[in-house]
Write a protein that binds this ligand. Structure first.
Ligand SMILES: Cc1cc2nc3c(=O)[nH]c(=O)nc-3n(C[C@H](O)[C@H](O)[C@H](O)COP(=O)(O)OP(=O)(O)OC[C@H]3O[C@@H](n4cnc5c(N)ncnc54)[C@H](O)[C@@H]3O)c2cc1C
Length: 469
């Protein structure tokens, strides 16, 4: 099969410098932490072959990465360990160096003819790329591989809701739903003399890291890496996708993909996931359509949100109508809990406590419970603004897929972003509310509490549930 080259709108120069003589083409890997279906990597290989140089890949391991902890580092390094081996199989050296990502990239760019980078959407990720583009002497090219349709092609403004962004994405999909090319480097970089952390002994690397060690790894449930992501996804498409439309709102089940954490660290390509599901059946069945809506429209709505909302991580990002109605209802009587009581899962509500326990124990929570969990933090916080900050802090501390555009859009949704007004309720005003009685009516919430109890008791591991070792 003839695979077309990378769509040109994924590729953007970040400075006006020229490529120059150098010893290699540098791919500064930061967001797309994978060795396959990675357009930034493939672009670097194609350019290196064209100018007859090897490709060198560097990754900056920042011990001061915003809100990172041992749980996140463990999952990420498991993925990088596999990526290093997979790149070596393609004659490409990956050097993982301690330092802030821009420092590592700028240092490595000294010998580079050209620097290629991938794209991240959060404030610090943008700043890093600007810093690098400014500091280095060679051309810097960014290749956007973490969305189906490049952000600037979809929209130049903050979209109101899924309904407004959906047609803008769908219009362009055929052009971007393409296999990523996979090139063979002409020259190997494996014998290059580059300082790198050895990743064969991850325990040692993790032991030496200066990071928050209070939040423990969750590898009993989830291990990082592209191979593992593909295995879990294969099991999902074969055995659980069929029930996705009903069960994505049934937290007692595990009929969801669990791809969020792999997507967050760029260990799996969203384009590859979408293509895999598209190719299962034609015309598309309901489960295919419902899953693709979440993976593409909902996820890329979150990217659009952080891209076009400078204060995406602050209460001020919520719409004026929501801020007004929450303010009008701030003194409504309701139970209030301190941040400590909430983090300790010590409320009167066994369903909410189970959700908090699931997140702490496993680094994951079913989407339906994330909605309930967030809505109750809004309701039970003394001030909506404090509730917003706490929900975001807990989200990013415990979830493996935390600190993602989806984290900011998810928490902001709790407070009215991408939603509309609903009939007035105490504490919520016109912002959508959720209740324990609603959970009891709509799903087997006692089954969910039992599921979490079993997870916490170590009776079952997530791997048993997902049929992967
Ligand atoms: C309060 C709150 C906080 C959230 N925090 C995060 C977070 O930190 N990180 C995160 O990735 N997602 C977050 N979400 C969105 C969603 O809950 C998760 O993406 C999803 O549960 C991840 O599990 P999965 O991969 O098994 O999802 P699946 O249901 O299998 O969906 C497949 C993929 O589609 C995308 N997706 C699914 N639902 C949504 C959604 N509602 N919005 C955007 N994308 C979606 C995700 O990339 C997901 O991996 C949050 C939602 C809420 C309401």
């Amino acid at each position: 099969m003839q695979i077309p080259p990378i769509e040109t709108t994924r590729i953007q120069p970040l400075n006006h410098k020229h490529s120059r003589d150098g010893k290699y083409v540098l791919y500064w890997m930061q967001q797309s932490q994978r060795a396959e279906h990675n357009p930034a990597l493939e672009y670097a290989i194609a350019e290196a072959n064209r100018i007859r140089l090897p490709v060198l890949v560097v990754f900056g391991l920042s011990q001061t990465y915003p809100e990172a902890n041992l749980r996140h580092f463990t999952f990420m390094l498991q993925g990088l360990q596999e990526t290093k081996t997979s790149l070596a199989d393609r004659k490409i050296l990956l050097a993982v160096q301690k330092g802030t990502p821009p420092e590592v990239a700028i240092q490595a760019a000294r010998g580079a003819a050209l620097l290629v980078c991938d794209r991240g959407y959060l404030r610090h990720q943008k700043r890093w790329r600007e810093q690098v583009a400014d500091a280095v002497d060679c051309q810097v090219i960014q290749v956007e591989g973490e969305v189906l349709v490049p952000t600037h092609v979809v929209s130049s403004k903050q979209e109101h809701a899924a309904r407004t962004i959906r047609p803008k994405i769908h219009r362009h999909l055929p052009r971007y739903l393409l296999d990523c090319p996979s090139g063979e480097p002409r020259l190997s970089s494996l014998d290059m003399n580059m300082e790198s952390l050895g990743l064969s002994d991850l325990n040692k690397v993790l032991k030496d890291l200066r990071t928050d060690r209070d939040i423990l790894p969750v590898d009993r449930f989830f291990k990082g890496g592209t191979r593992r992501a593909k295995k879990i996804f294969a099991d999902f498409t074969a055995n659980r996708l069929e029930r996705y439309p009903e069960n994505r709102n049934q937290p007692q089940t595990d009929d969801v993909s669990h791809m969020g954490m792999f997507l967050h660290f760029g260990q799996i390509s969203p384009v590859w996931l979408a293509l895999t599901v598209y190719r299962l059946d034609s015309p598309l069945s309901e489960p295919q359509e419902v899953f693709l809506e979440e993976l593409i429209v909902r996820r890329e709505l979150a990217v659009n949100f952080v891209e076009h909302t400078p204060d995406y991580d602050r209460y001020s990002c919520i719409p004026a109508w929501a801020a007004r109605t929450l303010d009008e209802h701030r003194d409504d009587p309701r139970p209030c809990f301190t941040p400590e009581e909430l983090e300790a899962a010590e409320t009167h509500d066994p369903y909410w406590n189970a959700a908090m326990k699931e997140m702490k124990a496993s680094g994951y929570m079913h989407n339906y419970m994330r909605m309930y969990w967030g809505k109750k933090i809004l309701e039970w916080s003394r001030e909506p603004k404090e509730g917003f900050a706490l929900a975001l802090r807990l989200n990013n501390r415990y979830f493996l897929d935390g600190r993602d555009p989806n984290s900011y859009a998810g928490v902001a949704w709790i407070f009215g972003v991408h939603d509309r007004g609903w009939p007035q309720r105490p504490a919520f005003g016109k912002v959508r509310s959720m209740t324990a009685k609603g959970l009891e009516r709509k799903c087997d919430i006692k089954g969910y509490v039992d599921k979490v109890e079993a997870l916490c008791q170590r009776d079952r591991s997530r791997a048993d549930i997902l049929n992967v070792d």
